[in-house]
Ligand binder design. Structure first.
Ligand SMILES: Cc1cc2nc3c(=O)[nH]c(=O)nc-3n(C[C@H](O)[C@H](O)[C@H](O)COP(=O)(O)O)c2cc1C
Length: 170
């Protein structure tokens, strides 16, 4: 069974998660600009960063090129990973993947540090007023992905691989 990891990352958070998964599994890991043809694989881990509630545009374009594959979907975002916003982002990624006739075996999201320049710009524009709750969330996001996130993502990916290999060799 051929499997690999492909990720999109602007500031490095999602890359860290992808590289931890690659190290844990011994499988190749590609940044999107070097992404392979998905047709050459049976199972792909597809990583994105959340932008405005959706997988970032580059990841979306790659997702649109994947058809009929087994997928492990993963990503990073600034919001709390258990929040309704995070759940919506995860569902959106899943829906995009399923539109292409893919089967999402599992999905994983964790927080990732939000680029301070982007935070400052949104402050200036007044798009996201700095409340105490927002500050707390951004401070926590700045500590992620942490070692627990990397371990959790790797473990979920390994479980996914084990199940997919068992099904493939039946
Ligand atoms: C332009 C922009 C839009 C973002 N939109 C969201 C969003 O809608 N929801 C969210 O939780 N995080 C959002 N974030 C935070 C990023 O998803 C988060 O920092 C992520 O870990 C970045 O991943 P990367 O380092 O792999 O690029 C946004 C960040 C940027 C720069």
């Amino acid at each position: 069974m051929r499997a690999c990891i492909v990720y999109s990352s602007c500031t490095g958070n999602t890359r860290k998660v992808a590289e931890a998964m690659a190290e844990a599994s011994g499988l190749p890991c590609y940044a999107l600009r070097h992404a392979p043809d998905p047709q050459d694989y049976d199972l792909l881990a597809v990583g994105f960063w959340v932008r405005k509630g959706l997988p970032d545009a580059r990841a979306q374009r790659y997702i649109q090129s994947i058809h009929g594959k087994n997928i492990f979907s993963f990503g990073t975002l600034g919001a709390w990973p258990q929040s309704e916003h995070a759940m919506r982002c995860q569902r959106a990624a899943r829906a995009l993947l399923e539109e292409g006739g893919n089967t999402v075996l599992d999905d994983f999201l964790c927080q990732g540090k939000v680029n301070p320049q982007v935070v400052a710009a949104s402050q200036r524009k007044g798009t996201h007023p700095m409340t105490a709750a927002r500050q707390e969330r951004l401070q926590e996001a700045a500590r992620h992905p942490d070692v627990n996130d990397l371990q959790a993502a790797s473990q979920r990916w390994l479980n996914c691989l084990t199940a997919a290999r068992a099904a493939f060799h039946q």
